[in-house]
Design a protein around this ligand. Structure first.
Ligand code: IVH
Length: 681
């Protein structure tokens, strides 16, 4: 067998295997392998594909993200227009819908309704031609949408090829459904954005819509998009007419067989009362779902009856959406105050007349930024509408202008910082205003609290209240002062609410914080755009905060996943003398500026590895392929994708396949992970 034939077979097998794992993970939510094993398979496939670019299949999982950023989305004409649903918030209108339907159908005997959830995402049409995903497009105006195929391919809940278990796997068909984000995925993404100093998204729906319109699919691949299918139509009229597919319920089943994620919460019922029961149930229980819904959908189940009913204008007569009321409340806006963040970001906050909403009393809500206040024309004294969406923090969504007090004036965004009165600055192209005075007391307080917070140095006993108290009496003004507190125990003891026990706990907590890794310290320093993840990447790349301090802006920019914005912010931070002084004091106090285990560097070069070629195969017991490859390369070895006479060693793990066989045939030495670890130590 020729070499590329073997590679071809291995690639085919890996593609199949990974697609199966994707299906189990994203569609069934029942993975069979660990993330590490999955990554090992993917990286094995990528290595093979790098060696044999001619064998890369378009539907390979490695090709979910491929190609350059697009300039524009081409128009996509829908073969059958994408209609929308008639909406109602009103029970009586659902009953009227039923009366209309029954009148037209003259009470067909197999009468039934399909009840579904109304997913709050973005409608998506997927075209499959002869068993392969050809196009993904948005609804647009219903006739023509945007062809967003490169973005859609990154969504791993969407199969690139249907499952062959279905008799329809190789047919041509259209699937419609909703692209959305789970609340967990959305919150995690927003946390990461905030940590990285990026603007968080308002809600899962907006971020889904925004993500689908992103031109760079590499960026899209990082967002937690998922999919649920609710519509299936075949090109072949014979299949369309098949009895096996003559109801919505049967089609949902067929979608499931084809490998598409479908909603678990679907129900066929026989009366409009049961439909309303379903809707009311989910109106109450919506909070228990891991994603957002904005209503329930009722559809006539039998397709023949759907046809009889037809459609009017832009919506079908065989379905209606019962929309849930948003969780809103009306209350008086007493004042607008400004909050100063640790980076100097100014956030306007609504001070509200307390009001109950979804079980909690709300006194404050975010107003986002100056533009938002102006756009919604929010004025002090207004009756405002507040909402709690996917996020915990309530927001002001609008104003009831009919209740506006006479002589009210538009809100003018203050020009000076409420805390230090320095002039506020709004950089070109940004929505936020900033206080740029590093000595601003609000920023000092926020910086100190951040430094001591759980995600950073995690100093027990140094919460916001204590920080404020210590700042007020002049014990703290920079984070380095924290490590001088032990020389001030008398002053600490003299403070309100500070007994001996509390002081000793605090000093102990401060001492313990010296054991935190340098990435936590870097994060704690509060460099703009450096969240904990970026901090970890930077420490991994440079080994120490000192090396990072001395690095050029280009070198920082060159770190994978670190962009020019972060690089510039980090570089600038270390050019400010005050920051360097703080760093020196922290070093003297015994804080870890270096990784405890010195990082592998040039001196690691090791005879066993230098000039040798290694091939990795199978799953290693503890290391990922990336880790093992890095260990080899750092010591002067080379890692290659295929076995030949020139291969020095094959590093074999579990379920090693053809490469292991080849190595045996060629008499290449085979080593295990423990051999590798021994040679590395
Ligand atoms: S059926 C002709 N089913 O709601 C009916 N739509 O205004 C086509 N939606 O554009 C849609 N969940 O984005 C259907 N279970 C569901 C749905 C659903 C959410 C969205 C969809 C559609 C809009 C209708």
């Amino acid at each position: 067998m020729s070499k590329s034939k073997t590679a071809e077979a291995s690639i085919a097998e890996l593609v199949r295997e990974i697609a199966e794992h994707d299906y189990r993970y994203y569609v069934l939510a029942d993975p069979k392998v660990s993330d590490r094993e999955y990554d090992a398979l993917l990286s094995e496939l990528q290595t093979l594909e790098r060696e044999h670019p001619e064998l890369v299949r378009p539907n390979s999982p490695s090709q979910r993200v491929a190609g350059e950023a697009t300039k524009l989305f081409p128009p996509a004409v829908h073969a059958v227009p994408m209609l929308s649903l008639a909406n109602t918030y009103n029970r009586d209108e659902v009953i009227e819908f039923d009366t209309r339907v029954q009148g037209i159908l003259e009470r067909a005997p197999n009468f039934g309704y399909m009840c579904e959830l109304k997913f709050d995402g973005v409608a998506m049409s997927l075209l499959y031609v002869n068993g392969t995903l050809q196009r993904g497009s948005t609804r647009g105006d219903g006739t023509t949408g945007d062809d967003v195929t490169p973005n859609v391919r990154t969504i791993r809940a969407i199969p690139l090829e249907p499952r062959t278990a279905s008799p329809y796997a190789n047919e041509s068909f259209e699937v419609r459904g909703e692209v959305f984000m789970s609340l967990e995925g959305f919150r995690k993404m927003n946390r990461e954005r905030e940590e990285a100093g990026e603007q968080p998204f308002a809600n899962p729906r907006n971020s889904t819509a925004g993500t689908l319109k992103t031109l760079d699919s590499h960026e899209v691949a990082k967002r937690p998009l998922t999919f649920v299918a609710y519509h299936l139509r075949f090109d072949d009229p014979k299949i369309e007419a098949s009895e096996k597919l003559d109801t919505q319920a049967k089609r949902i089943e067929a979608l499931k067989q084809l490998g598409f994620p479908v909603s678990k919460e679907v129900r066929v019922v026989n009366s409009i009362e049961a439909v309303m029961e379903f809707a009311m149930h989910w109106q109450e229980a919506r909070e228990s779902l891991p994603f957002e819904i904005d209503g329930a959908v009722v559809k006539v189940n039998a397709l023949r009856e759907q046809e009889t009913l037809g459609s009017v204008a832009k919506s079908p007569r065989w379905a209606i959406a019962y929309k849930f009321e948003a969780k809103q409340a009306h209350t008086r806006l007493n004042a607008i105050t400004l909050q100063v963040g640790r980076m100097g970001t100014i956030t306007p906050v609504a001070e509200l007349e307390p009001v109950a909403l979804t079980g909690i009393t709300i006194r404050r809500a975010t107003l986002h930024n100056a533009d938002e206040i102006e756009r919604k024309d929010i004025r002090v004294g207004d009756m405002v509408i507040i909402e709690r969406g996917g996020e915990v923090i309530p927001k002001v969504v609008g104003v009831d202008a009919t209740k506006r007090p006479k002589h009210s004036k538009p809100f003018y965004f203050p020009t000076v910082c409420p805390e230090c009165e320095s002039t506020l600055v709004r950089p070109e192209g940004e929505v936020n205003w900033y206080c740029e005075n590093p000595e601003c007391p609000a920023q000092i307080l926020a910086r100190l609290t951040h430094f001591a917070s759980r995600g950073a140095l995690d100093i027990e006993g140094l919460g916001e209240q204590s920080v404020q108290q210590f700042v007020e009496v002049g014990l703290l003004s920079s984070v380095a002062d924290i490590y001088d507190l032990h020389t001030h125990s008398d002053e600490l003891l003299a403070l309100d609410r500070m007994g001996e026990k509390k002081v000793s706990n605090l000093l102990e907590g401060i001492d313990q914080s010296k054991k935190q890794p340098p990435a936590r310290l870097l994060f704690g320093l509060g460099v703009r755009h450096v969240g904990i993840n970026v901090a970890k990447l930077l420490i991994k790349a440079f080994g120490s905060i000192d090396a990072l301090r001395d690095a050029t802006e280009e070198a920082i920019d060159a770190v994978p996943s670190v962009g020019p914005e972060i690089a510039s912010s980090v570089f600038t931070f270390f050019r400010i003398q005050k920051n360097l002084d703080i760093l020196d004091r922290l070093r003297k106090a015994g804080l870890p500026l270096h990784e405890t285990e010195p990082r592998v560097a040039k001196n690691l070069s090791n005879e066993f590895f230098v000039g040798k070629t290694f091939v990795l195969t199978g799953t290693l017991p503890t290391l990922t392929r990336e880790e093992a490859s890095a260990m080899i390369e750092q010591r002067g070895g080379k890692v290659s994708g295929s076995v030949s006479k020139k291969t020095s060693y094959v590093l074999a793990g579990e379920e090693a396949g053809s490469k292991l066989k080849k190595a045996e045939e060629l008499g290449v030495a085979i080593i295990s992970e423990s051999d590798l670890l021994r040679e590395c130590s």
